[in-house]
Design a protein around this ligand. Structure first.
Ligand SMILES: [Zn+2]
Length: 287
């Protein structure tokens, strides 16, 4: 179908009780696999690139790729910048034609987070694009010393800061912290569904979970039931695909393998993984 914004798909998901998958790509095969999965499932989708992945796929190339895929797909696609770290990157993405951006100032003070987010909201809305903001601190488990999973309570988003953040920024979607962790879980996360539910009651804007990799189907469903409308999912999908690729190459040990065969394999593996997530999130046939 075409390029859409978060506002075109998240409020409907929130109302009808399902979530939209927001899937990261840092290479062409992954991006193509994500779109192919969403098309087969007839699901709206968020195709997103994180600023931290620009060393592997720069904004200029990655953005053009996603915009081309979106414009030629049979389903609604949001082309979204994930975790923009400064105004310049967000503005660059919006000028390229991204329909949505996230500015992540969650590590800064609430006052600074609000004022910078508001600035990008004004700029994006003038262009007809949407903005995701983040409030509360989401820990990152990136292999250099593990967070204390039983002691993340202090980092959970509070109801009052969520309300203030929503009211003073005018954002379109809000990422909050209720116990998920970025990257791969090395321990079982402790999710605070009560906190999530309280925030969902207090703010009308669709809520987003980051660190969606590695949650159980039950935890996804519980999160959606308690107010999550956008689920960011990447790390596990990426590892599943490299595992599958390794098995594929091992099975072909005696033969010569063209690079495009490996590319097609990656695309296929990503597609199958994403199709499963779309079914769990409940967005199949909602395009
Ligand atoms: Zn994130």
């Amino acid at each position: 179908m075409t390029l859409v914004t978060l506002n075109d798909i998240l409020p409907k998901a929130k109302k009808e009780g399902y979530a939209i998958g927001a899937f990261n790509y840092a290479d062409m095969n992954t991006a193509r696999g994500i779109i192919a999965a969403a098309e087969e499932e007839k699901s709206p989708v968020v195709l997103q690139i994180a600023e931290s992945h620009f060393p592997y796929l720069p904004l200029r190339e990655g953005g053009k790729l996603a915009l081309d895929l979106a414009e030629n797909s049979s389903i609604p696609v949001v082309v979204h910048l994930d975790h923009g770290t400064d105004m310049e990157t967000c503005i660059k993405a919006l000028r390229m034609g991204f329909s949505s951006v996230m500015l992540d100032f969650s590590q800064k003070s609430l006052a600074e987070n609000i004022s910078k987010t508001k600035e990008i909201v004004d700029f994006a809305h003038a262009l007809g694009a949407s903005v995701e903001g983040e409030v509360g601190v989401m820990t990152r488990d990136a292999g250099k010393g593990k967070p204390d999973y039983n002691n993340l309570t202090d980092t959970y988003t509070t109801v009052s800061e969520a309300k203030q953040f929503y009211e003073e920024t005018g954002i379109d979607a809000m990422a909050i912290s209720y116990g998920t962790v970025h990257g791969i879980y090395r321990e079982k996360p402790v999710l605070n569904f009560d906190r999530l539910h309280e925030i969902a009651e207090a703010v009308p804007v669709p809520l987003v979970v980051h660190g969606g990799s590695g949650l159980t189907d039950e935890e996804y469903k519980n999160s959606i039931k308690n107010g999550i409308s956008k689920i960011n999912y990447y790390s596990v999908m990426s590892f599943n695909a490299t595992k599958g690729l390794r098995e594929y190459l091992d099975s072909k040990k005696e033969q010569q393998v063209f690079l495009y065969d490996a590319d097609l394999k990656i695309m296929e593996l990503v597609k199958e993984d994403i199709k499963n997530k779309i079914e769990v999130f409940g967005s199949a046939n909602k395009a």
